[in-house]
Design a protein around this ligand. Structure first.
Ligand code: C5P
Length: 256
């Protein structure tokens, strides 16, 4: 295996320098963390499934005109993406009350929200990703007002599209988290905002429409069991369960 320069190691992914300038390889790990790193574990095969699920969702979003960082999947655990400057904001979109929103405002989980709600969190582990407003974002120069407008419009578009897509496979998209980046194209003067990171059951809440069963990371967070099976079920419903199954213990190297 050719030696590659590691750029960054996060909780669920490792980023390596890509084979061409301006590209990055995202390696999906089986590691899982919750509650700002206080809970740690491994979900066997998660990386393989998330790589495939995120590829599928990013590709579908690209097809409807949402710019994303995704270029192509390289192998079971890796995908090639465009190098972007990550905007240090986590954008959460909610359709149904759950998780921290339910806790904060004492709204029972499962209560439909009168309209979709967008929240922003500042990406900072030491501070525990505090919730912030547009005012903080612009005052501290994390993004400018035009960028925030674009991020909000894109987030709602992603929500509309993914809600419909999941509805088609009997899943309710309760809420999810997105990250965005600035892509500097040589041909263009200004950077372009693109959807980055991943979209998978690690950062979405997905409930079975009929039974309300949770098919996402809450199974890990809340010790509900059947975590791998839940991620597999999401992939199965999307029609993309990897043929050889999610278990590639070694994690193959990048094919180039
Ligand atoms: O915990 P909370 O209810 O705020 O999470 C809202 C949504 O954002 C959930 O789908 C959760 O998976 C996602 N999230 C995330 N990463 C975080 C915080 C939340 O993916 N650091």
């Amino acid at each position: 295996m050719a030696r590659r320069k590691q750029l960054y190691e996060g909780k669920a992914k490792i980023l390596y320098e890509g084979p061409e300038p301006g590209t990055v390889v995202q390696y999906f790990k089986d590691d899982a963390t919750a509650f700002n790193n206080q809970k740690k574990g491994t979900i066997t095969g998660k990386g393989v499934l998330n790589n495939r699920i995120s590829e599928y969702l990013m590709t579908r979003l690209g097809e409807i005109g949402v710019p994303t960082h995704f270029i192509r999947r390289l192998n079971m655990r890796e995908q090639l993406v465009k190098e972007v400057e990550i905007i240090p904001i986590e954008v959460v979109v909610r359709n149904v009350a759950a998780g921290s929103l339910s806790k904060k405002f004492a709204i029972p989980e499962g209560t439909p929200l009168p309209r979709s709600i967008i929240e922003f969190y500042y990406k900072n582990d030491e501070l525990g990703d505090p919730m912030v407003s547009e005012e903080h974002i612009t005052a501290f120069n994390w993004a400018d007002p035009l960028e925030i407008d674009e991020i909000m419009a894109m987030s709602l578009r992603v929500n509309d599209y993914l809600s419909g897509l999941f509805l088609g496979v009997q899943l309710r998209l309760v809420d999810f988290k997105l990250e965005f980046g600035r892509y500097y194209d040589e041909e263009e003067e200004e950077p372009r905002i693109v959807l980055a990171d991943e979209i998978s059951p690690d950062n979405c809440r997905l409930w079975d429409m009929a039974t309300g069963e949770k098919l996402d990371k809450d199974r890990f967070r809340r010790d509900l069991g059947g975590v791998e099976e839940a991620y597999q079920e999401v992939a199965r419903r999307l029609g993309i369960l990897p043929e050889s199954g999610p278990r590639d213990v070694q994690g193959p190297s990048t094919l180039q």
